[in-house]
Design a protein around this ligand. Sequence first.
Ligand code: PRT
Ligand code: MG
Length: 217
Amino acid sequence: MITLALSKGRIFDETLPLLAAAGIEVLDDPETSRKLILPTNQAQVRVVLVRASDVPTYVEHGGADLGVTGKDTLIEHGGQGLYQPLDLKIAQCRMSVAVRADFDYARAVRQGARLKVATKYTQIAREFFASKGVHVDLIKLYGSMELAPLTGLADAIVDLVSTGNTLKANHLVEVERIMDISSRLVVNPAALKLKQAAIRPLLDAFSQAIAQGTHAA
Ligand code: PRT
Ligand code: MG
């Protein structure tokens, strides 16, 4: 049996075409079913649904043999104990710095001001501002980062941006692009050794589908 950890929503949705390319069809819809373990058309493959930020942990500790997780989540987790063979090029977005439209970010940076930055991605934010030599006080949040500059909690946020609609709706502007983000396949190294025969063909089918570029939205 091989177990694949996915999170509900965009990662699940965008992994489905890759699974299809490997001949795997998930037999339940996570939006309507309450099951956390989903069977597939292949008796030896199953999918487990976990929180997006828990995917690396499941795979690291062998609760799943492999998983799909955003580069953002992977960096925050640290990536230790995970084999990362493939960039799946799905769930693409970017990690950016955003501020209120009336906040002069460039000037604050130029003047060496100490910035208050709210984010769920403290690791990425810390490294980014350190590399720029900007002093920051990081405020850890678990969601709705956009609210922080609007309430005076922070001067800036570090968050994922896709269309930019969420920023726009909250009168925030993107002032720096930190990195491009996409989702990766992560594999438990011990599982890869022990279950080569089942995992290798999956990796091959995935990389072929990625090369053809037909799966990405
Ligand atoms: O939601 P939950 O707290 O359970 O976990 P999660 O937010 O980590 O999971 P999920 O499923 O929302 O995201 C999983 C992964 O998808 C992330 O780790 C990213 O790698 C990737 N991804 C791609 C995104 C986006 N695009 C995205 N737009 N993750 C989040 N967003 C959010 C963003 O945080 C912001 O609130 O969407 C909003 C911005 O979208 P636009 O289109 O308005 O710019
Ligand atoms: Mg989310």
